[in-house]
Write a protein that binds this ligand. Sequence first.
Ligand code: GLY
Ligand code: MN
Ligand code: MN
Length: 451
Amino acid sequence: MTQVDGEEFAQRRCRLLEAMEPGSIALVPGAAMQRRNRDIDFAFRQDSDLLYLCGFDEPDALLVLVPERGHGEAILFCRDRDARAEQWDGQICGPERAAERFGLDDGFSIAELDNILPALLEGRSRIYLTMGEYPAFDQRLLGYVATIRRREAGGALPPTEFASLKHVLHEQRLVKSDSELDLIREAVNISATAHTRAMRNCHPGMMESQLEAELVYEFMRGGARHCAYPSIVGGGANACVLHYTDNSSTLQAGELVLIDAGCEYRHYAADITRTFPVDGVFSQAQRALYDIVLAANEAAIAECRPGAPFNAPHDAAIKVMVEGLLTLGLLQGAPAEIIASGAYLQFCPHKSCHWLGLDVHDVGDYRLGNDWRPLQPGMVLTVEPGLYIAADTSIYGNTQHSKAAQSMFEESKGTGIRIEDDVLITDTGCEVLSHGVPKTADAIENLMRAS
Ligand code: GLY
Ligand code: MN
Ligand code: MN
Protein backbone atom coordinates (compact mmCIF):
# COMPACT_ATOMS: atom_id res chain seq x y z
CA MET A 1 0.00 0.00 0.00
CA THR A 2 1.28 3.43 -0.90
CA GLN A 3 2.41 5.48 2.04
CA VAL A 4 5.04 7.90 3.23
CA ASP A 5 7.70 6.01 5.22
CA GLY A 6 9.43 7.04 8.44
CA GLU A 7 12.61 7.96 6.62
CA GLU A 8 10.80 10.49 4.45
CA PHE A 9 9.13 12.09 7.46
CA ALA A 10 12.59 12.35 9.10
CA GLN A 11 14.00 13.98 5.95
CA ARG A 12 11.16 16.51 5.91
CA ARG A 13 11.83 17.47 9.53
CA CYS A 14 15.52 17.67 8.78
CA ARG A 15 14.94 20.07 5.89
CA LEU A 16 12.80 22.27 8.09
CA LEU A 17 15.33 22.20 10.94
CA GLU A 18 18.06 23.22 8.50
CA ALA A 19 15.99 26.13 7.22
CA MET A 20 15.35 27.47 10.73
CA GLU A 21 17.52 30.13 12.37
CA PRO A 22 20.01 28.80 14.95
CA GLY A 23 18.61 29.12 18.45
CA SER A 24 14.99 29.01 17.31
CA ILE A 25 12.04 26.67 17.95
CA ALA A 26 9.09 25.63 15.75
CA LEU A 27 5.66 24.80 17.12
CA VAL A 28 3.20 22.82 15.00
CA PRO A 29 -0.13 22.31 16.77
CA GLY A 30 -2.43 19.47 15.74
CA ALA A 31 -6.17 19.78 15.25
CA ALA A 32 -8.75 19.21 17.99
CA MET A 33 -12.06 17.36 17.78
CA GLN A 34 -14.90 19.64 16.66
CA ARG A 35 -18.33 19.24 18.19
CA ARG A 36 -21.13 18.62 15.66
CA ASN A 37 -24.08 18.59 18.04
CA ARG A 38 -24.64 17.65 21.68
CA ASP A 39 -22.17 14.81 22.39
CA ILE A 40 -21.37 13.99 18.75
CA ASP A 41 -18.19 15.20 17.04
CA PHE A 42 -17.34 15.76 13.39
CA ALA A 43 -14.97 13.21 11.89
CA PHE A 44 -11.44 14.12 12.98
CA ARG A 45 -9.08 15.65 10.43
CA GLN A 46 -5.49 16.23 11.51
CA ASP A 47 -3.70 19.48 10.72
CA SER A 48 -1.89 19.10 7.39
CA ASP A 49 1.43 20.60 8.60
CA LEU A 50 1.57 18.10 11.46
CA LEU A 51 0.68 15.26 9.09
CA TYR A 52 3.39 16.40 6.70
CA LEU A 53 6.08 16.45 9.36
CA CYS A 54 5.35 13.22 11.23
CA GLY A 55 2.07 11.54 10.15
CA PHE A 56 0.66 11.48 13.70
CA ASP A 57 -3.12 11.29 13.36
CA GLU A 58 -4.70 11.87 16.77
CA PRO A 59 -6.33 15.00 18.20
CA ASP A 60 -4.67 17.26 20.78
CA ALA A 61 -1.05 16.93 19.71
CA LEU A 62 1.80 19.42 19.34
CA LEU A 63 5.01 18.81 17.42
CA VAL A 64 7.99 20.84 18.60
CA LEU A 65 11.20 21.12 16.61
CA VAL A 66 14.25 22.46 18.40
CA PRO A 67 17.40 22.66 16.26
CA GLU A 68 20.55 21.46 17.99
CA ARG A 69 18.80 20.47 21.23
CA GLY A 70 21.11 18.00 22.94
CA HIS A 71 18.32 15.65 24.08
CA GLY A 72 16.74 15.47 20.63
CA GLU A 73 15.30 17.89 18.11
CA ALA A 74 11.82 16.43 17.48
CA ILE A 75 9.35 16.26 20.36
CA LEU A 76 5.69 15.26 20.29
CA PHE A 77 3.15 16.16 22.92
CA CYS A 78 0.04 13.97 22.72
CA ARG A 79 -2.77 12.42 24.75
CA ASP A 80 -2.01 9.87 27.45
CA ARG A 81 -3.31 6.36 27.15
CA ASP A 82 -6.66 5.89 28.95
CA ALA A 83 -8.29 2.49 29.14
CA ARG A 84 -11.81 3.85 29.58
CA ALA A 85 -11.54 6.39 26.74
CA GLU A 86 -10.01 3.70 24.53
CA GLN A 87 -12.93 1.35 25.25
CA TRP A 88 -15.32 3.98 23.88
CA ASP A 89 -13.36 5.68 21.10
CA GLY A 90 -10.51 3.39 20.10
CA GLN A 91 -6.78 3.15 20.71
CA ILE A 92 -4.75 6.09 21.93
CA CYS A 93 -1.08 5.87 20.99
CA GLY A 94 0.33 7.59 24.09
CA PRO A 95 3.58 9.60 24.27
CA GLU A 96 6.05 6.73 24.66
CA ARG A 97 4.72 4.65 21.79
CA ALA A 98 4.23 7.77 19.63
CA ALA A 99 7.91 8.72 19.93
CA GLU A 100 8.95 5.22 18.94
CA ARG A 101 6.42 4.64 16.17
CA PHE A 102 6.86 8.02 14.56
CA GLY A 103 10.65 8.16 14.84
CA LEU A 104 10.69 11.17 17.20
CA ASP A 105 13.23 11.94 19.90
CA ASP A 106 10.82 12.50 22.80
CA GLY A 107 7.15 12.04 23.61
CA PHE A 108 5.41 13.92 26.41
CA SER A 109 1.87 14.04 27.70
CA ILE A 110 -0.09 17.01 26.34
CA ALA A 111 -1.35 17.39 29.92
CA GLU A 112 2.23 18.38 30.84
CA LEU A 113 2.43 21.17 28.25
CA ASP A 114 2.24 24.01 30.80
CA ASN A 115 5.14 22.49 32.73
CA ILE A 116 7.42 21.49 29.86
CA LEU A 117 6.92 23.90 26.96
CA PRO A 118 8.01 27.10 28.81
CA ALA A 119 11.34 25.41 29.59
CA LEU A 120 11.78 24.53 25.90
CA LEU A 121 10.95 28.11 24.88
CA GLU A 122 13.33 29.72 27.33
CA GLY A 123 16.57 30.81 25.71
CA ARG A 124 15.15 30.36 22.19
CA SER A 125 15.20 33.74 20.45
CA ARG A 126 12.77 33.03 17.61
CA ILE A 127 9.50 31.06 17.64
CA TYR A 128 8.24 29.72 14.28
CA LEU A 129 4.46 29.25 14.13
CA THR A 130 1.68 29.38 11.54
CA MET A 131 0.08 32.24 13.42
CA GLY A 132 -3.71 32.57 13.51
CA GLU A 133 -4.48 28.94 12.63
CA TYR A 134 -5.19 27.96 16.24
CA PRO A 135 -6.03 31.15 18.17
CA ALA A 136 -6.45 29.34 21.51
CA PHE A 137 -2.94 27.91 21.19
CA ASP A 138 -1.53 31.31 20.14
CA GLN A 139 -3.07 32.76 23.29
CA ARG A 140 -1.61 30.04 25.46
CA LEU A 141 1.80 30.58 23.91
CA LEU A 142 1.70 34.31 24.64
CA GLY A 143 0.98 33.36 28.25
CA TYR A 144 4.10 31.16 28.34
CA VAL A 145 6.22 33.96 26.89
CA ALA A 146 4.82 36.42 29.44
CA THR A 147 5.66 34.00 32.25
CA ILE A 148 9.27 33.72 31.08
CA ARG A 149 9.47 37.54 30.80
CA ARG A 150 8.41 37.92 34.42
CA ARG A 151 11.49 35.94 35.40
CA GLU A 152 13.89 38.06 33.31
CA ALA A 153 15.44 39.72 36.37
CA GLY A 154 16.35 36.25 37.59
CA GLY A 155 18.22 35.57 34.35
CA ALA A 156 15.47 33.99 32.21
CA LEU A 157 15.82 34.65 28.46
CA PRO A 158 12.40 35.09 26.83
CA PRO A 159 11.94 34.63 23.07
CA THR A 160 12.10 37.96 21.28
CA GLU A 161 10.67 37.21 17.86
CA PHE A 162 7.74 35.37 16.27
CA ALA A 163 8.22 34.21 12.67
CA SER A 164 5.78 32.65 10.24
CA LEU A 165 6.30 28.96 9.59
CA LYS A 166 4.49 29.52 6.34
CA HIS A 167 7.54 30.47 4.30
CA VAL A 168 9.87 27.72 5.39
CA LEU A 169 7.40 24.87 5.67
CA HIS A 170 4.85 25.66 2.98
CA GLU A 171 7.49 26.18 0.33
CA GLN A 172 8.63 22.66 1.17
CA ARG A 173 5.08 21.26 0.86
CA LEU A 174 4.57 22.89 -2.53
CA VAL A 175 6.87 20.54 -4.46
CA LYS A 176 5.63 16.99 -4.06
CA SER A 177 7.82 13.92 -3.47
CA ASP A 178 7.36 10.67 -5.38
CA SER A 179 5.42 9.07 -2.54
CA GLU A 180 3.16 12.11 -2.29
CA LEU A 181 2.55 11.94 -6.02
CA ASP A 182 1.58 8.27 -5.70
CA LEU A 183 -0.99 9.22 -3.06
CA ILE A 184 -2.35 12.11 -5.12
CA ARG A 185 -2.58 9.83 -8.17
CA GLU A 186 -4.55 7.33 -6.10
CA ALA A 187 -6.92 10.05 -4.83
CA VAL A 188 -7.41 11.31 -8.39
CA ASN A 189 -7.93 7.83 -9.85
CA ILE A 190 -10.57 6.93 -7.27
CA SER A 191 -12.28 10.28 -7.88
CA ALA A 192 -12.14 9.82 -11.65
CA THR A 193 -13.86 6.44 -11.31
CA ALA A 194 -16.49 8.08 -9.11
CA HIS A 195 -17.20 10.84 -11.65
CA THR A 196 -17.50 8.25 -14.41
CA ARG A 197 -19.89 6.22 -12.28
CA ALA A 198 -22.02 9.33 -11.64
CA MET A 199 -22.22 10.05 -15.39
CA ARG A 200 -23.27 6.47 -16.08
CA ASN A 201 -25.95 6.43 -13.42
CA CYS A 202 -27.47 9.88 -13.91
CA HIS A 203 -31.05 10.17 -15.11
CA PRO A 204 -33.86 12.75 -14.98
CA GLY A 205 -35.96 12.63 -11.82
CA MET A 206 -33.05 11.80 -9.54
CA MET A 207 -32.23 14.00 -6.58
CA GLU A 208 -28.85 15.71 -6.72
CA SER A 209 -28.07 13.95 -3.42
CA GLN A 210 -28.74 10.58 -5.06
CA LEU A 211 -26.09 11.37 -7.64
CA GLU A 212 -23.81 12.43 -4.77
CA ALA A 213 -24.38 8.96 -3.26
CA GLU A 214 -22.83 7.39 -6.38
CA LEU A 215 -19.68 9.45 -5.78
CA VAL A 216 -19.43 8.61 -2.10
CA TYR A 217 -19.99 4.91 -2.83
CA GLU A 218 -17.09 4.87 -5.27
CA PHE A 219 -14.82 6.92 -2.98
CA MET A 220 -15.29 4.44 -0.14
CA ARG A 221 -15.13 1.41 -2.41
CA GLY A 222 -11.78 2.72 -3.65
CA GLY A 223 -10.37 3.00 -0.12
CA ALA A 224 -11.00 6.68 0.65
CA ARG A 225 -13.03 7.32 3.79
CA HIS A 226 -13.62 11.02 3.25
CA CYS A 227 -14.42 13.64 0.67
CA ALA A 228 -11.66 16.23 0.31
CA TYR A 229 -14.39 18.92 0.52
CA PRO A 230 -18.20 18.91 0.43
CA SER A 231 -19.30 17.56 -2.96
CA ILE A 232 -21.04 20.00 -5.27
CA VAL A 233 -23.82 18.43 -7.33
CA GLY A 234 -25.79 21.23 -8.97
CA GLY A 235 -28.43 20.75 -11.65
CA GLY A 236 -29.53 23.65 -13.89
CA ALA A 237 -29.20 27.06 -12.28
CA ASN A 238 -27.76 25.53 -9.09
CA ALA A 239 -24.53 25.12 -11.04
CA CYS A 240 -24.19 28.92 -11.06
CA VAL A 241 -23.73 28.89 -7.26
CA LEU A 242 -20.00 28.29 -7.14
CA HIS A 243 -19.90 26.39 -3.84
CA TYR A 244 -23.44 24.94 -3.98
CA THR A 245 -23.66 22.04 -1.53
CA ASP A 246 -27.40 21.75 -0.75
CA ASN A 247 -27.65 19.00 -3.38
CA SER A 248 -31.37 18.86 -2.64
CA SER A 249 -33.07 19.56 -6.01
CA THR A 250 -34.46 17.12 -8.53
CA LEU A 251 -32.47 16.78 -11.75
CA GLN A 252 -34.51 17.64 -14.83
CA ALA A 253 -34.24 16.46 -18.43
CA GLY A 254 -32.77 19.22 -20.61
CA GLU A 255 -30.56 20.57 -17.80
CA LEU A 256 -26.85 20.23 -17.31
CA VAL A 257 -25.54 19.01 -13.96
CA LEU A 258 -22.22 20.18 -12.56
CA ILE A 259 -20.33 17.83 -10.23
CA ASP A 260 -17.29 19.16 -8.38
CA ALA A 261 -16.05 16.38 -6.10
CA GLY A 262 -12.89 14.64 -5.01
CA CYS A 263 -11.95 12.16 -2.35
CA GLU A 264 -9.23 12.39 0.25
CA TYR A 265 -6.99 9.34 0.11
CA ARG A 266 -4.55 8.93 3.01
CA HIS A 267 -4.92 12.67 3.59
CA TYR A 268 -4.22 13.70 -0.03
CA ALA A 269 -6.94 15.46 -2.02
CA ALA A 270 -8.34 15.19 -5.52
CA ASP A 271 -10.47 17.99 -6.99
CA ILE A 272 -12.31 17.24 -10.23
CA THR A 273 -15.27 18.91 -11.94
CA ARG A 274 -17.32 17.66 -14.86
CA THR A 275 -20.53 19.08 -16.31
CA PHE A 276 -22.87 16.90 -18.35
CA PRO A 277 -26.47 16.67 -19.56
CA VAL A 278 -28.87 15.04 -17.09
CA ASP A 279 -30.52 13.15 -19.96
CA GLY A 280 -27.26 12.30 -21.72
CA VAL A 281 -27.57 14.64 -24.73
CA PHE A 282 -26.28 18.24 -25.01
CA SER A 283 -28.61 20.73 -26.69
CA GLN A 284 -27.01 22.83 -29.41
CA ALA A 285 -26.72 25.86 -27.13
CA GLN A 286 -25.33 23.77 -24.26
CA ARG A 287 -22.76 22.19 -26.54
CA ALA A 288 -21.68 25.59 -27.90
CA LEU A 289 -21.05 26.87 -24.37
CA TYR A 290 -19.50 23.57 -23.27
CA ASP A 291 -17.04 23.60 -26.14
CA ILE A 292 -15.87 27.09 -25.15
CA VAL A 293 -15.08 25.91 -21.61
CA LEU A 294 -13.42 22.77 -22.94
CA ALA A 295 -11.22 24.84 -25.27
CA ALA A 296 -10.36 27.10 -22.32
CA ASN A 297 -9.45 24.07 -20.19
CA GLU A 298 -7.23 22.72 -22.98
CA ALA A 299 -5.59 26.10 -23.66
CA ALA A 300 -4.84 26.45 -19.94
CA ILE A 301 -3.35 22.96 -19.71
CA ALA A 302 -1.14 23.78 -22.71
CA GLU A 303 0.42 26.56 -20.57
CA CYS A 304 1.27 24.19 -17.71
CA ARG A 305 5.01 23.65 -18.01
CA PRO A 306 8.14 24.42 -15.99
CA GLY A 307 9.03 28.10 -16.06
CA ALA A 308 5.55 29.32 -17.06
CA PRO A 309 4.19 31.88 -14.59
CA PHE A 310 1.41 30.58 -12.32
CA ASN A 311 -1.18 32.88 -13.93
CA ALA A 312 -0.41 31.84 -17.54
CA PRO A 313 -3.00 28.99 -17.57
CA HIS A 314 -5.71 31.27 -16.18
CA ASP A 315 -4.93 34.07 -18.64
CA ALA A 316 -5.06 31.58 -21.52
CA ALA A 317 -8.43 30.25 -20.31
CA ILE A 318 -9.95 33.72 -20.00
CA LYS A 319 -8.74 34.70 -23.47
CA VAL A 320 -10.42 31.64 -25.00
CA MET A 321 -13.66 32.14 -23.07
CA VAL A 322 -13.86 35.83 -23.98
CA GLU A 323 -13.29 35.02 -27.66
CA GLY A 324 -15.95 32.29 -27.48
CA LEU A 325 -18.48 34.58 -25.83
CA LEU A 326 -17.78 37.25 -28.48
CA THR A 327 -18.39 34.70 -31.24
CA LEU A 328 -21.71 33.73 -29.67
CA GLY A 329 -22.59 37.40 -29.24
CA LEU A 330 -22.90 37.21 -25.44
CA LEU A 331 -20.10 39.72 -25.12
CA GLN A 332 -19.60 42.59 -27.51
CA GLY A 333 -16.58 44.81 -28.04
CA ALA A 334 -12.83 44.42 -28.32
CA PRO A 335 -11.33 41.39 -26.50
CA ALA A 336 -8.51 43.42 -24.91
CA GLU A 337 -10.96 46.01 -23.60
CA ILE A 338 -13.29 43.33 -22.22
CA ILE A 339 -10.39 41.64 -20.42
CA ALA A 340 -8.91 44.91 -19.12
CA SER A 341 -12.27 46.20 -17.84
CA GLY A 342 -13.23 42.90 -16.23
CA ALA A 343 -16.54 42.88 -18.15
CA TYR A 344 -16.17 39.11 -18.60
CA LEU A 345 -16.30 38.60 -14.82
CA GLN A 346 -20.09 38.37 -14.82
CA PHE A 347 -19.72 35.14 -16.81
CA CYS A 348 -16.30 33.92 -15.59
CA PRO A 349 -16.05 35.10 -11.99
CA HIS A 350 -13.33 32.86 -10.55
CA LYS A 351 -9.67 32.05 -11.09
CA SER A 352 -8.77 28.85 -12.91
CA CYS A 353 -6.01 27.32 -10.77
CA HIS A 354 -4.90 26.54 -7.23
CA TRP A 355 -2.33 24.22 -5.66
CA LEU A 356 -3.45 20.73 -4.68
CA GLY A 357 -1.99 18.38 -2.06
CA LEU A 358 -2.72 17.56 1.57
CA ASP A 359 -5.18 20.45 1.44
CA VAL A 360 -7.52 20.81 -1.48
CA HIS A 361 -6.53 24.47 -1.68
CA ASP A 362 -2.97 23.60 -0.83
CA VAL A 363 -0.32 25.82 0.68
CA GLY A 364 2.48 27.70 -1.05
CA ASP A 365 2.84 31.26 -2.28
CA TYR A 366 1.41 32.10 -5.69
CA ARG A 367 3.66 35.11 -6.12
CA LEU A 368 7.34 35.70 -5.45
CA GLY A 369 7.59 39.40 -4.68
CA ASN A 370 5.43 41.19 -7.23
CA ASP A 371 5.63 38.46 -9.86
CA TRP A 372 3.61 35.29 -10.36
CA ARG A 373 5.90 32.42 -9.42
CA PRO A 374 7.17 30.12 -12.17
CA LEU A 375 5.76 26.60 -12.23
CA GLN A 376 8.27 23.86 -11.50
CA PRO A 377 8.35 20.06 -11.75
CA GLY A 378 6.58 18.34 -8.85
CA MET A 379 3.99 21.06 -8.32
CA VAL A 380 0.37 19.93 -8.62
CA LEU A 381 -2.38 22.38 -9.50
CA THR A 382 -5.96 22.37 -10.70
CA VAL A 383 -7.07 23.80 -14.02
CA GLU A 384 -10.73 24.74 -13.75
CA PRO A 385 -12.15 27.38 -16.06
CA GLY A 386 -15.84 28.05 -15.54
CA LEU A 387 -18.59 29.84 -17.45
CA TYR A 388 -21.85 30.76 -15.75
CA ILE A 389 -24.92 32.43 -17.20
CA ALA A 390 -26.90 33.27 -14.11
CA ALA A 391 -30.55 34.21 -14.41
CA ASP A 392 -29.88 37.88 -13.59
CA THR A 393 -27.12 38.54 -16.16
CA SER A 394 -27.44 40.42 -19.42
CA ILE A 395 -25.52 40.57 -22.66
CA TYR A 396 -22.55 42.90 -22.28
CA GLY A 397 -22.17 45.69 -24.87
CA ASN A 398 -24.08 48.62 -26.28
CA THR A 399 -24.74 47.61 -29.85
CA GLN A 400 -27.81 45.86 -31.20
CA HIS A 401 -27.82 42.17 -30.33
CA SER A 402 -28.52 39.70 -33.09
CA LYS A 403 -31.70 37.66 -32.74
CA ALA A 404 -29.59 34.49 -32.61
CA ALA A 405 -27.46 35.87 -29.77
CA GLN A 406 -30.52 37.01 -27.84
CA SER A 407 -32.27 33.68 -28.15
CA MET A 408 -29.08 31.75 -27.32
CA PHE A 409 -28.70 33.95 -24.26
CA GLU A 410 -32.30 33.47 -23.08
CA GLU A 411 -32.05 29.72 -23.56
CA SER A 412 -28.78 29.57 -21.65
CA LYS A 413 -29.85 31.50 -18.57
CA GLY A 414 -29.37 29.28 -15.55
CA THR A 415 -26.45 27.33 -17.03
CA GLY A 416 -23.15 26.80 -15.21
CA ILE A 417 -20.25 24.89 -16.75
CA ARG A 418 -16.90 24.13 -15.14
CA ILE A 419 -14.32 21.58 -16.26
CA GLU A 420 -11.63 20.91 -13.66
CA ASP A 421 -8.56 18.74 -14.02
CA ASP A 422 -5.68 17.95 -11.69
CA VAL A 423 -2.33 18.60 -13.34
CA LEU A 424 1.24 17.65 -12.37
CA ILE A 425 4.07 19.79 -13.70
CA THR A 426 6.76 17.48 -15.13
CA ASP A 427 10.29 18.12 -16.42
CA THR A 428 9.03 18.62 -19.95
CA GLY A 429 5.48 19.94 -19.55
CA CYS A 430 2.64 18.43 -17.58
CA GLU A 431 0.61 15.33 -16.94
CA VAL A 432 -3.17 15.52 -16.60
CA LEU A 433 -3.77 13.18 -13.68
CA SER A 434 -7.56 13.26 -14.07
CA HIS A 435 -7.56 12.20 -17.72
CA GLY A 436 -9.67 9.13 -16.83
CA VAL A 437 -12.98 11.01 -16.74
CA PRO A 438 -14.61 11.67 -20.14
CA LYS A 439 -14.26 15.33 -21.03
CA THR A 440 -15.34 16.06 -24.60
CA ALA A 441 -19.08 16.42 -25.26
CA ASP A 442 -18.93 13.41 -27.61
CA ALA A 443 -17.10 11.22 -25.09
CA ILE A 444 -19.65 12.12 -22.40
CA GLU A 445 -22.62 11.43 -24.68
CA ASN A 446 -21.10 8.12 -25.79
CA LEU A 447 -20.57 6.99 -22.21
CA MET A 448 -24.06 8.00 -21.14
CA ARG A 449 -25.66 6.39 -24.19
CA ALA A 450 -23.85 3.13 -23.52
CA SER A 451 -24.99 3.05 -19.87
N1 GLY B 1 -13.82 22.32 -5.11
C1 GLY B 1 -13.35 23.60 -4.83
C2 GLY B 1 -12.53 24.09 -5.92
O1 GLY B 1 -12.66 23.62 -7.04
O2 GLY B 1 -11.67 24.89 -5.74
MN1 MN C 1 -13.29 21.67 -7.46
MN1 MN D 1 -10.52 23.40 -7.43
